[in-house]
Design a protein around this ligand. Structure first.
Ligand SMILES: C[S@@+](CC[C@H](N)C(=O)[O-])C[C@H]1O[C@@H](n2cnc3c(N)ncnc32)[C@H](O)[C@@H]1O
Length: 162
């Protein structure tokens, strides 16, 4: 039995339901974000099974990169070695990819000025939700945290490239 009441290790149904809620939340969040920010190119490194951005963006607007592609419009590769031009994306979404500070440096490089880094707090179940430390993101001199959408900050934190 899991000691974390939010995560079940012995019921696949609960895990699937949890995943479905997560996908719905991500799609709702980005749908709202799009009403206030001009986003027509979004990068999602390490999506795994999470294809929720397909509900919000057209295929030509999304770039997914994962070592293991689980759906059709993913580029198979390592997000640490893929080389996009500086300022290519209006938004970058990262969630549960166990990133290192140097990864954040790269994600910020490929964001355009005033672009948005969205940091999803859903974990893989190995850590408690909301326990993520943002030190490595806050320490980026070109990023400023802004709460762009009220009520969402327990799930998604937003940072603007200044
Ligand atoms: C724990 S899953 C998280 C999936 C998704 N972001 C989510 O929140 O549901 C981590 C994913 O990142 C991918 N990944 C981790 N490091 C990677 C790397 N350096 N390059 C490409 N994909 C990577 C893994 O293959 C896996 O699909």
């Amino acid at each position: 039995m899991s000691s974390n009441p939010e995560i079940s290790t012995d019921s696949p149904f609960v895990v699937e339901k949890d995943r479905l809620v997560k996908l719905q939340n991500t799609a709702s969040f980005f749908t709202e974000l799009r009403t206030i920010e001009p986003i027509s190119s979004v990068y999602y490194p390490g999506p795994g099974l999470d294809d929720s951005l397909n509900d919000v963006f057209s295929p030509s607007e999304i770039t997914y990169v994962d070592r293991t592609p689980h759906f059709t419009n993913i580029t198979q590769g390592d997000f640490r070695t893929v080389n996009f031009p500086s300022g290519k994306f209006d938004a970058v979404f990262i969630q549960d990819i166990h990133e290192q500070p140097k990864d954040i440096v790269e994600f910020v490089r490929i964001l355009r000025k005033n672009g948005i880094l969205v940091y999803g707090l859903y974990g893989c179940g190995m850590e408690s939700r909301g326990s993520t430390s943002f030190d490595h993101v806050h320490q980026m001199p070109s990023l400023r945290e802004e709460e762009l959408l009220k009520g969402w900050s327990k799930l998604f934190r937003t940072f603007r490239k200044v």
